[in-house]
Design a protein. Structure first.
Length: 114
């Protein structure tokens, strides 16, 4: 298992007042809500779900989950940047970055309109 910040292999603590969820918390919630599935099954499902989305995006595709949103990539052009420590000018190559656009139902839910 890859280690996290601090190199101790522990999940980062949430900041006070921050509502967040990390992967292990998602897996645990799914295990709690689906007692008929083993923890190994739930972990395999979550891994497959995320890997499938990442693989499709890497193949320059788009993944749309109705009511939730759409994952896609956007192109960022090459540019001249600056090293913040030294101020040295550096060339930043063009790249693709992940993008998420929430669906209508998600936007309504976030704004307490559902």
């Amino acid at each position: 298992m890859p280690t996290r910040a601090g190199g101790k292999g522990k999940a980062p603590k949430h900041r006070v007042g921050e509502a967040g969820m990390i992967r292990s918390e998602l897996v645990q919630q799914l295990i709690d809500e689906n007692p008929g599935l083993t923890p190994r099954d739930v972990e395999a499902i979550v891994t497959t779900f995320f890997d499938t989305i990442a693989d499709k995006l890497a193949a320059d595709g788009r993944v749309e989950l109705r009511g939730f949103g759409a994952f896609s990539t956007r192109a960022r052009g090459a540019r001249t940047g600056r090293n913040p420590r030294t101020g040295e000018v550096v060339e930043v190559t063009a790249k693709r970055v992940p993008y998420f656009k929430p669906g209508k139902e998600m936007r309504l839910r976030l704004n307490c309109e559902v």
